[in-house]
Design a protein around this ligand. Structure first.
Ligand code: ZN
Ligand code: ZN
Length: 135
């Protein structure tokens, strides 16, 4: 693997940081989102290291179900019109703004291993990196 990159992400709607400095996962500030499933609602924290699959949630998330993610600040639904490219998934992708530019997309289906980063750079074409991410 290449070196670990800890992402600093913001809400794509209100531009507020989603990083929680007080709750570390694998030694880095976690990405805090509100999560809603068919049964419950709660909080999920994702490891901010790109390619790391660690996450913690205070509600049960059943493998294979699609969850809805909301910004804890503006409470907007974060799902996009982009769908997961993983075979037989097609769940909505969740875009998060990277503070340094570009977006990271994570699949809203629990257990789906799709996520990618799209760097939007004026000088280069959009580059996409596919990694596993077990949200
Ligand atoms: Zn927001
Ligand atoms: Zn997926």
């Amino acid at each position: 693997m290449t070196k670990k990159v800890a992402l600093n992400v913001k809400c794509p709607m209100c531009d507020t940081s989603l990083m929680d400095d007080k709750h570390l996962i694998t030694g880095h500030p976690s990405i805090k989102l509100n999560i809603v499933t068919v049964r419950d609602r709660g909080t999920i924290r994702l490891c901010s290291v790109y390619g790391c699959y660690d996450h913690e949630s205070d509600i049960e998330i059943v493998d294979g179900e699609i969850a809805n993610f909301f910004c804890p600040h503006c409470n907007k639904d974060l799902k996009s019109n982009d769908e997961c490219d993983s075979p037989d998934c097609n769940a909505p992708m969740i875009p998060l703004n990277i503070a340094l530019g570009g977006k990271v997309y994570i699949c809203s289906r629990s257990g789906c291993t799709m996520h990618f980063v799209a760097f939007e750079d004026l000088d280069t074409q959009i580059r996409k990196f596919y990694h596993e991410y077990g949200f």
